[in-house]
Design a protein around this ligand. Structure first.
Ligand SMILES: [Zn+2]
Length: 304
């Protein structure tokens, strides 16, 4: 028998296995793309992962479209940031999903803020009528890779509970991710260590975890309160503070308008760094790649 004939059934089998994707053992939906990237690291090929928002969208304000509720209808897991980040849109989608697994308290609902070390938690009750969108503290903890690692571990634990036959795989995937993240984190913090103590302004109160991790000092925000647009009176005060404190950098997510930062940068002779607000999961970017890109941009801006 010629070798070609022996190989034919195998080739057919391979063809079939690549053209017919295996059904995912867990259908995972996340609110933001950073969480989708973490879920994919842990779940690997045995899970399907969909994010409800894009890295180009402000996660506080996502349109609760019926098409998003539909994505939740068949989900086994819903992973959220919590701390009221998604309060304006996720509850509507959860009602529309008609799926008990993804409701708060459901087997598949994971609030990752339970795993993170929280910053900015108010000691007194914050009145939401003032427009502050961080009434439960600062929800932007995925700017700190150490918090992302804890979230990935929490996700792995829940995946193992929901899909016990793949429990070992989820644990193994998490361990691999954790070791790659640890190595990268050490490299990144070393590369940026010379900028510890550097004062920055940020548009939104979203960089506190980044600053906490890297030793930067957030000296003020362009928004007078998280979620409240810059006002002329606030900017006048910020210019004065920036001159006194010698603030030379303004950091902001690219989904915010650059108008105010441009005005401020001229007054303070400051550099503006506009960066992606999250992992470009839709383009298959990983969390490590997203953080690498951010660190590279930061190093380049702060060196000027
Ligand atoms: Zn925020």
């Amino acid at each position: 028998m010629k070798p070609i004939k022996l190989l034919a059934p195998l080739a057919l089998l391979l063809l079939l296995s690549t053209t017919q994707p295996a059904r995912a053992d867990l259908r995972v939906v996340t609110t933001v793309p950073d969480l989708a990237a973490l879920a994919k690291e842990v779940g690997g090929n045995t899970v399907s992962v969909t994010a409800l928002s894009l890295s180009t969208q402000d996660p506080h304000y996502v349109d609760a479209k019926p098409s998003l509720a539909l994505k939740l209808n068949k989900a086994d897991m819903l992973i959220a940031i919590g701390m009221d980040l998604e309060i304006g849109w996720l509850p509507t989608l959860q009602v529309g999903a008609r799926n008990s697994k993804v409701q708060v308290g459901g087997d598949g609902f994971v609030d990752c803020s339970a795993f993170a070390r929280k910053l900015g938690v108010p000691t007194v009750k914050v009145d939401r009528s003032s427009g502050d969108v961080h009434p439960q503290g600062n929800p932007h903890y995925l700017y700190d890779p150490r918090q992302a690692k804890k979230c990935a571990q929490g996700i792995a634990t829940r995946m193992a509970q929901l899909d016990s036959k793949n429990a070992d795989l989820y644990k193994k995937n998490y361990a691999s991710f954790a070791s790659r993240l640890d190595a990268a984190e050490a490299k990144w913090s070393k590369a940026l260590s010379r900028y510890r103590g550097t004062k920055v302004f940020t548009y939104h109160q979203s960089c506190d975890y980044l600053a906490d991790w890297l030793g930067l000092v957030v000296d003020g925000q362009l928004e007078p309160k998280p979620g409240v647009p810059p006002s002329p009176g606030h900017i006048v005060k910020l210019i004065s503070k920036g001159k006194t404190d010698k603030v030379k950098y303004i950091l902001q997510e690219s989904y915010f308008t650059s108008k105010t930062a441009t005005v401020l940068s001229k007054q303070l002779s400051a550099k503006v760094l506009s960066f992606a607000g999250g992992t470009s999961f839709e383009s298959k970017q990983s969390y490590l790649e997203r953080m690498q890109a951010l660190v590279t941009q930061l190093a380049e801006t702060l060196s000027k």
